[in-house]
Every structure is written in structure tokens, then in C-alpha cells.
Design a protein around this ligand. Structure first.
Ligand code: ZN
Length: 90
């Protein structure tokens, strides 16, 4: 029998593709209604995931997918930080 490691899969809010969780950037809204990038992937709260990819970020911005997931407005600085994070890694 083959031993397969279970890889957590999450869906990108930009392109809608399902990918390995560790390939995606997590954005979290916590109980204090703060929205921030969760680099560790371990912060408590509701999370959305996005590819490490400017295209996906732009799509998510345009479609307001993160706003809809969190049911609130996402501050521009969150998008700025995402942009920085994506550029750093790219
Ligand atoms: Zn994507």
C-alpha cells in the first residue's frame, strides 16, 4: 500500500483553483474584526486563501471576493500588504 501524506487543499479567492494550502497566502479575519495576513497559517479566525500571484490578487480585488467571504470591507492596506508579500516571493 502506498503511503500518501494528506495535503490540505484550499481554494484561491482569485482564480478559484484548489491548491495545496502551503502554496497559498492566508488572509484572516479574527473575532475582533481585524483583517490581516496570516503568514504562519495558524492565526485564529475565518480565513481565505489566495495564490502567491499578482493576477489572483487583482482578480480578488476586482471581484471583491475577500469582502464577500468576510462579509465586510477589506481595508486597502490589507491589499497593499498582500501585494508586498507577493512581490517579495516572486
Ligand atoms: Zn489563484
Amino acid at each position: 500500500m502506498m503511503r500518501k501524506k494528506k495535503i490540505p487543499i484550499r481554494k484561491c479567492v482569485g482564480c478559484g483553483q484548489s491548491k495545496a494550502k502551503k502554496e497559498l497566502i492566508r488572509v484572516v479575519k479574527n473575532q475582533q474584526e481585524q483583517i490581516f495576513l496570516d503568514i504562519t497559517g495558524k492565526a485564529n479566525g475565518r480565513g481565505v486563501y489566495i495564490c502567491n500571484n499578482v493576477d489572483c490578487l487583482n482578480k480578488a480585488k476586482k471581484s471583491k471576493a475577500i469582502n464577500r467571504s468576510f462579509k465586510c470591507d477589506v481595508p486597502n492596506e490589507v491589499f497593499d500588504k498582500l501585494e508586498m508579500e507577493i512581490e517579495d516571493n516572486g
